[in-house]
Design a protein around this ligand. Structure first.
Ligand code: DC
Length: 221
C-alpha cells in the first residue's frame, strides 16, 4: 500500500509521515529532503540557480540514500546541512526545474517498488503516486506553520524573527503553488486535514485510524 502526505511546509508532514510509517511498519520517504539534497549540491558547486540546464544536470549520477532516518549524499551525511536557511530557499527554486523533478520522481517510484510506503512531499498524491490507496493533504495557518519552523530553527541554534520566516514562507508557497510543473495542490481524492489545533501525535493517530480502516476494507475483498 502507498500512503501519500502532501501539503505546504510547516504542516508537520515529515514528522507525521515518520510516526505513521513506524506504527504501520511501512517504509518512509521524505521527498523534500531529495530536493534539498540537489539544492545543497548546487550551492556547494556554486551553480547559478537561474541556469536551468546547469541545475537540471545536477541529479545525474548523484547517489541519494536514506539510511536510519539519515540522508547520505554521495557517501556524506547531509541530514543537518540540508535543513539550513540557504538550502531551504534554494530548494524551492531547484524544485521548479523540470529535469530535476523527472529524475527525482524516477527515484521516488523506484523506492516504492515492492514495499508498503508512507511518502511525503508536494506532488506525491497528484503526480508521483496518483493511484495511491490513501492520500492526505495537511494544512495549517501561516502563523502556526512559521512558528513550527521557528522552533525547529531554534533547536538548531538559529534565532530568526517570525515576520522574516512568514515572508520567506509566503515566497516559497507562491513558488510551489504557481510553478508550471507539478504545482502544490491537493489531489481531488485526498483527505484534507487542518493541523492548526492538533499536536502532530494527534494527526498521526487520526491518519493511522483512516489507513487501518482502508487496510481492513482491502482485506475483506
Ligand atoms: O518539504 P520541504 O520543505 O523539505 O521541501 C523542500 C522544497 O522542495 C520545497 O520548496 C518544496 C519542494 N518539494 C517539491 O517541490 N516536491 C516534493 N515532492 C517535495 C518537496
Amino acid at each position: 500500500m502507498i500512503v501519500t502526505i502532501d501539503g505546504p511546509a510547516g504542516t508537520g508532514k515529515s514528522t507525521v509521515a515518520r510516526i505513521l510509517a513506524t506504527r504501520l511498519g511501512f517504509e518512509f520517504l521524505n521527498t523534500g529532503a531529495m530536493y534539498r539534497a540537489v539544492a545543497h549540491v548546487c550551492l556547494q558547486r556554486q551553480v547559478d540557480l537561474s541556469d536551468a540546464d546547469a541545475v537540471g544536470r545536477i541529479p545525474e549520477g548523484l547517489e541519494i540514500v536514506f539510511s536510519n532516518n539519515r540522508l547520505i549524499l554521495d557517501g556524506q551525511d547531509v541530514t543537518e546541512a540540508i535543513r539550513d536557511q540557504q538550502v531551504t530557499q534554494a530548494a524551492s527554486l531547484v524544485a521548479a526545474n523540470v529535469q530535476v523533478r523527472q529524475r527525482l520522481v524516477e527515484l521516488q517510484r523506484s523506492a516504492a517498488r515492492g514495499v508498503s510506503l508512507v511518502t511525503e512531499g508536494r506532488d506525491q498524491g497528484t503526480v508521483v503516486f496518483s493511484d495511491a490507496e490513501c492520500k492526505f493533504f495537511l494544512t495549517a495557518s501561516p502563523q502556526e506553520r512559521a512558528q513550527r519552523r521557528q522552533r525547529e530553527l531554534l533547536d538548531r541554534g538559529e534565532a530568526i524573527a517570525l515576520e522574516e520566516l512568514m515572508a520567506q514562507q509566503d515566497l516559497r508557497d507562491e513558488r510551489d503553488e504557481t510553478r508550471a510543473c507539478s504545482p502544490l495542490v491537493p489531489a481531488t481524492d485526498a483527505v484534507v486535514i487542518d493541523t492548526t489545533p492538533m499536536t502532530l501525535e494527534e494527526v498521526a493517530s487520526y491518519l493511522e485510524g483512516l489507513v487501518r480502516k482502508r487496510l481492513e476494507a482491502a482485506e475483506m475483498f
